[in-house]
Write a protein that binds this ligand. Structure first.
Ligand SMILES: [Zn+2]
Length: 285
């Protein structure tokens, strides 16, 4: 296996052509791609196509589609459930289509309109625990989209296998994470794309994505980088996933940017490689 892993990407986001995305990943030396889901479930087709093209040198895993509570965030990458029974049947359907793991949305997305604001309320801690238990009971590892400290803490306590994004978390969350078995995939590249950040360290410049406030996007990017820096100090397990395919995160180069950002936040390269490998070991059936 090559060294570069994309532990959180979307081959079908902002494109209709998963083949081009995967060929580009391959040309950048990326040998592992863990998808975050697609609403139409076309990642099942992408998975078959990758298996038919071993020359790409990519191992590709997918939840097929992600799942979210009806009325909450998640339509863009998955399908809704109204209750646990519906959640269980969605898992079974994804399994029949070749899902390697389960992806669940525990919170909204960062709005970048006000600092700390998310697009909808998070799931309750009890529900998070039950969803993780159900997925584990069906033999699946869980990848969970999670922002905000309450949902993050609940995700750690529920034994979520990998927690995605994790924007707006605090010291308590990071300490709990470091003491847990959960892996964190902070998707720095996707968060920082909104801030229009260029350069690095003291020389970083911020211009903001058009239509967004430069101060809010800069504060969000900096607070997220500070969380990753603190997580690294505490020895939390942090993996490289850029949210490739999302706004401002091109297939291939976006993944390499994530490695550079993790490096800038003080996450040791050997640790990233080891934790990526942990993801690869856990997120398969
Ligand atoms: Zn994603």
């Amino acid at each position: 296996m090559g060294r570069f892993y994309e532990c959180h990407g979307h081959v079908m986001m902002r494109t209709e052509d998963y083949r081009a995305s995967l060929e580009r990943m391959s040309s950048f030396g990326i040998s592992y791609f863990r998808d975050g889901g697609d609403a139409e479930g076309r990642t099942a087709e992408a998975k078959r196509w990758v298996l038919e093209h071993p020359e790409l040198g990519i191992e590709y895993v997918t939840p097929v589609f992600a799942t979210h509570r009806k009325g909450r965030y998640g339509d863009i990458v998955g399908r809704p459930f109204g209750d646990y029974k519906e959640f269980r049947s969605l898992i079974k359907e994804a399994a029949s289509l070749g899902a390697d793991f389960v992806k669940i949305m525990f919170s909204g997305i960062v709005t970048f309109k006000a600092f700390g604001e998310l697009s909808c309320p998070p799931l309750e801690a009890g529900e998070i625990k039950e969803l993780v238990n159900i997925a584990h009971g069906e033999g699946f590892a869980v990848m969970a989209h999670t922002n905000g400290k309450d949902a993050f803490m609940a995700a750690v306590e529920a034994g979520t296998d990998s927690i995605e994004h994790g924007v707006f978390i605090d010291e308590e969350c990071l300490q709990a994470l470091a003491e847990s078995g959960s892996i964190w995939v902070p998707t720095l590249a996707a968060i920082i794309a909104f801030s229009g950040r260029s350069g690095s360290g003291d020389k970083a410049r911020y211009t903001a994505r058009p239509g967004f406030d430069a101060e809010i996007t800069r504060l969000t990017a900096e607070s997220h980088m500070a969380s990753v820096r603190r997580g690294a100090e505490l020895g939390a397990k942090i993996a490289a996933g850029s949210d490739s395919g999302a706004f401002g995160v091109p297939a291939g180069s976006g993944t390499l940017s994530e490695y550079a950002l993790l490096w800038e936040c003080g996450v040791p390269a050997e640790s990233v490689i080891a934790v990526n490998e942990l993801i690869r070991g856990r997120f398969r059936r």
